[in-house]
Design a protein around this ligand. Structure first.
Ligand code: SF4
Length: 422
């Protein structure tokens, strides 16, 4: 499918480059560590990083958490050699205590001591020492380089070069890319099989030893809109992206499945048949939520890069009006199918100048504002209901079975506000 031409792709996007109010990429560890069951995420950072991770992981108490922080900023470093030796010691201790770990990510952060450390060399050194029991990789979750969903992109992009090569001459295979909750992955597997795609593969896999092979026969379908670097890394291995909207809501999920099917020469009929009952259930469930959202005005602050697909879902399937759709980065190629489905004239903004955007939001007084935790409190205090964007990546929201749950995430703050006002 060629990217459709759309006026939004050119002049209508307001580009802003000012102060940002978003979480850093370390946040992704909270959902990634749940997905890859024998991986460990070791943040090389400060007490601030440790604190952020703990509060983002919030209520989840683990006897043996699969993430931790090697704190290296509050010491008098005699030199980088000390920091490297300390890191090696922390890793040694960790791996001897936790022999089940097969994949160790060293995750970089912002403190200046960390920036000076070459984590890719540290990963190489540790790899050589712990191979073949453990593979050590590195990526950056620093707030200087990443917003919160970009942490997943950086993690998966680091994983791609280590994926096995697909067998020579293998028939083309489907690879679904993006960390999905297991329950959602299982639903998609069932649907794809029913459509006729026998053995869909997923990146990341649930275990380090079962990561999918990749190569020129791989046709990959993004499940998340924030995976630009991962897509590029896959393309470098010869894989080809299937252009599609994202699987949010009934319409998005159907179009996503159709795109996959089309790539393998399977027609729309097979998709219609395989998805009929799921679509019907989702439509009934969505109809129950729709009255709470229809006609309501929504404003998106840039945060997760999920904003454009969500805005499309909320406007087309729930009748919401889009006041402004802000996104930290607008990947024009990956979002082409989504942009074509947005109502004409939708106000889009890319990047952020938080004060100016707050002024626009206050002036518009939307019924609901989607934003990060930092902006939610002040806006709520001014009487503007908010939805924390972070919940959208912590909850299962993809596919037919979750469509109404996704809509309900937006309806809930409006209900609460109405009950308070009553
Ligand atoms: Fe750590 Fe930087 Fe994230 Fe703060 S923004 S938690 S210092 S990585």
């Amino acid at each position: 499918m060629n990217a459709p031409e759309h006026p939004l792709l050119s002049a209508d996007v307001l580009r802003e480059r000012g102060q940002r109010e978003v979480f850093c990429g370390l946040t992704g560890i909270v959902w990634l560590h749940r997905k890859i069951q024998d991986a460990f995420f070791l943040v090389v950072g400060s007490r601030t990083c440790a604190h952020l991770l703990q509060s983002a992981a919030g209520v989840m108490i683990f006897a043996e958490p699969r993430f931790g922080t090697a704190i290296i900023d509050e010491r008098d470093l005699a030199g980088l050699a000390d920091a490297n030796a300390e890191l090696d010691r922390v890793v040694e201790r960790l791996l001897s205590r936790r022999p089940e770990i097969r994949l160790l990510f060293l995750v970089g952060s912002c403190p200046s001591e960390v920036i000076k450390l070459d984590l890719s060399r540290a990963a190489e050194r540790l790899n050589a020492r712990h191979h073949p029991a453990v593979r050590v990789l590195n990526y950056s979750g620093s707030g200087i380089e990443t917003t919160f969903t970009q942490g997943e992109d950086a993690c998966l992009a680091a994983l791609v070069p280590t994926l096995p090569a697909e067998a020579q001459g293998e028939a083309p295979q489907l690879l679904v890319v993006g960390a999905l909750p297991d329950v959602v992955e299982d639903q998609f597997t069932r649907l794809l099989k029913a459509i006729g795609i026998e053995a869909p593969r997923f990146l990341p896999a649930r275990r380090a030893g079962t990561m999918p092979p990749v190569g020129p026969g791989t046709r990959f379908l993004l499940a998340q809109p924030f995976l630009g670097d991962t897509a590029r890394a896959l393309e470098l291995r010869g894989a080809r992206r299937i252009a599609a909207p994202f699987p949010f809501g009934v319409e998005g999920t159907t179009a996503w499945l159709r795109a996959a099917a089309g790539t393998f020469g399977i027609g729309h009929d097979a998709v219609e048949r395989a998805t009929a009952s799921a679509r019907e259930r989702a439509a009934v469930a969505l109809a129950r939520v729709r009255p709470a959202l229809e006609g309501r005005r929504i404003f998106f602050f840039p945060d997760s890069q999920l904003e454009v697909p969500l805005a499309r879902f909320l406007s087309r399937e729930l009748g919401m009006q889009l006041v402004e759709v802000g996104t930290p980065y607008l990947h024009r190629q990956h979002l082409a199918e989504e942009l074509a489905l947005l109502p004409r004239g939708t106000a889009l903004s890319e990047g952020q100048d938080v004060d100016r955007q707050l002024d626009r939001c206050r002036a518009a007084r939307p019924d609901l504002t989607v934003c990060g935790l930092g902006l939610a409190n002040p806006l709520e205090a001014e009487g503007l209901p908010t939805k924390w964007s972070i919940e959208l990546v912590f909850s299962p929201v993809h596919g037919y079975e979750q469509a109404a749950d996704l809509a309900a995430l937006f309806a809930r703050p409006l209900d609460r506000r109405q009950r308070l006002a009553a």
